[in-house]
Ligand binder design. Structure first.
Ligand SMILES: [Zn+2]
Length: 578
């Protein structure tokens, strides 16, 4: 048995996926909400019997390795190493690209430990510790978030890494050393260090905050590296994900200090986008733990603009959004200093987005002049028009009318004229269908193959047509060939066919069978035959269309180059194939 099969025998797919996604038994399979796209009704299915998962919404699927690759954003080699550890299987050799990424993880981890030690043990670290004490951060919080201190020398960390057997270029690739005129120096010097971790808790980079006000910039981030993509990680999530899950909401703040202060104050379901504009990837990682997002960004105008952008982005991801209004406090940290209860109240009384838009627009434009009222209405009305519930629409129209002192009837008329949907969730179904098709150009060929493997008896009826199919990819042609070898005319054993296939093709066939069984389980054989015929014709039409387009392009080229002989031949061919 090879290593992959050995690991698969020891790691049950229901256990593995069940530790990320709640699964419920549904017929012969298990069902849950897809962790890879937004949905309210489960279309994500796991088959214990096949050890395969597939999402009927977004079309993703695979085995245990594929799941981990997709979920953790890691390479196949890393998934292999992780699952081998879980299964207790000894790998004969470390996979090739395991080296580079793992080296970067190891270097960042070493750096995190070094910074932690420098904060607690060094004389210089005391200034950083004093800063934290002044900001009200206690020792437990420092330890939980692994805060540290980067000393002010030029090459403390670089030298440590050299002593541990790394090259200075390794440190540079890990984002911790920078090239100077003469040699290298540490990137972070005399700064308070916040390690940034992946969801699973591995350190991937750092933010360093100045301790002396004259130093610039105030916040310095690790550069993008093969393991660090600023737009993909959220500060604090590795620590707070369970709290987010149990509170069933995530409070999004701007800065690292806001996360620390809120966590320490007992409101632990908190994360920060840390200095970047919120991205779709970040929202998706929040959505894996909760559907409710409470925005608690800074109260200045930049913060309000960021809130507006975040709302637009989050609505498209189907998150339920509320806005925490900070009132006179400039950021969550300041609010928490004024009192933990104050902060708790701000979070608990977070308002729906329309309330935010009303108060934000009025603070921006005012509400005294006719011109100001018009501007406020222009900004808020599309948001009201996008609400699903007519009752809510009515309530907010009245609220807005009152807030800017206009006649509510005129607002109703304006709403009726406003096109729906600036912040409304986008319809996913149609978009996803196209995505599946564009992601998998061979879906038609696979559908044909799946039906034959599922109902081999149908093959005889369409044999000539199927033999004439251009299978488009070598593995598919090979599988069709194997099918003909295995099928005796009466009996067919899928296991025998699977036995002939190599690793990724085997998974693909199993996933295909899961999709086919789900779609055709209750269909009479006659109808399945019709389906097969339908897809054969569809494929033929598609291929003809592709050929004609290709031919037209060649004809146009021949015309341009004036090659009369070639042109005649092509036109002849065109007529024939019509
Ligand atoms: Zn999905």
């Amino acid at each position: 048995m090879n290593e992959i099969d050995e690991i698969k025998n020891k790691v049950d797919i229901i256990d593995l996926i069940g530790s990320f996604v709640p699964l419920k038994k549904a017929g012969r399979n298990y069902k849950g909400l897809c962790p890879f796209h937004s949905e309210k009704t489960p279309s994500f299915m796991v088959s214990q019997e096949k050890q395969i998962w597939h999402c009927f919404g977004c079309g993703k699927g695979g085995d245990i390795f594929g799941f981990l690759i997709e979920k953790e954003g890691i390479s196949f080699s890393e998934a292999l190493v992780q699952l081998a550890e879980r299964a207790g299987v000894e790998l004969k050799s470390r996979p090739q690209d395991w080296g580079e990424r793992n080296k970067l993880f190891a270097i960042n981890e070493l750096a995190a430990k070094f910074f932690e030690r420098s904060l607690s043990d060094s004389k210089e670290g005391r200034q950083a510790m004093n800063y934290l004490v002044n900001r009200g951060i206690n020792k437990e919080t420092v330890a939980t978030f692994r805060l540290g201190y980067a000393p002010s020398g030029w090459e403390y960390l670089s030298k440590l890494l050299l002593r541990r057997g790394y090259q200075v270029t390794d440190a540079e690739r890990a984002g911790l050393a920078i090239k100077r005129d003469r040699g290298y120096s540490d990137k972070f010097r005399h700064r308070l260090m916040f390690p940034i971790a992946s969801v699973s808790g591995r350190v991937v980079g750092f933010t360093g905050r100045v301790l002396d006000p004259q130093d610039q910039p105030k916040y310095l981030n690790s550069p993008e590296t093969p393991i660090f993509n600023k737009g993909k990680v959220l500060y604090g999530l590795s620590v707070t994900k369970e709290d987010i899950q149990s509170a069933n909401s995530a409070v999004l703040v701007e800065g690292q200090m806001d996360v620390l202060a809120s966590y320490q104050a007992g409101i632990r379901n908190v994360v920060a986008s840390s200095g970047t504009a919120l991205t779709i990837d970040q929202l998706r990682s929040i959505r894996r733990y909760t559907e409710t997002l409470i925005l608690a960004l800074d109260a200045d105008s930049a913060g309000s603009e960021a809130t507006k952008r975040a709302i637009e982005l989050a609505s498209a991801e189907d998150l339920d959004i509320k806005v925490a209004l900070l009132g006179d406090f400039k950021d969550p940290d300041e609010c928490i200093k004024a009192g933990v209860d104050q902060w708790r109240a701000v979070v608990q009384s977070a308002v729906p987005i329309v309330d935010f838009y009303i108060s934000y627009s009025i603070s921006k434009f005012g509400s005294d002049s006719v011109a100001a009222k018009k501007k406020v209405a222009a900004e808020v009305l599309p948001v009201i028009a996008a609400l699903d519930s007519p009752v809510e629409k009515d309530q907010y129209a009245k609220k807005l009318a009152e807030a800017i002192a206009v006649d509510v009837q005129s607002l109703y008329e304006a709403i009726a004229k406003t096109r729906r949907g600036r912040v409304a969730p986008q319809p996913l179904a149609a978009k996803e269908q196209i995505q599946i098709e564009s992601r998998d150009p061979h879906w038609l060929e696979k559908r044909l193959l799946g039906i034959i493997l599922y109902k081999p008896a149908q093959w005889a009826h369409f044999r000539d047509k199927l033999d004439a199919v251009n299978w488009a990819s070598p593995p598919l042609a090979q599988i069709y060939g194997y099918f003909k070898d295995c099928y005796t005319g009466r009996e067919f054993s899928l296991d025998e066919l699977l036995g002939k296939l190599e690793y990724p093709d085997k998974v693909e066939v199993l996933e295909l069978m899961m999709v086919i069984e789900e779609n055709y389980a209750d269909m009479p054989d006659v109808d399945i035959g019709q389906e097969l015929n339908f897809y054969i014709n569809l494929l033929k039409q598609r291929n003809t269309r592709v050929e004609m387009m290709q031919l037209s392009r060649e004809i146009a080229d021949a015309e341009k180059s004036g090659d009369q002989v070639k042109l005649q031949a092509l036109l002849e061919k065109f007529k024939e194939s019509k």
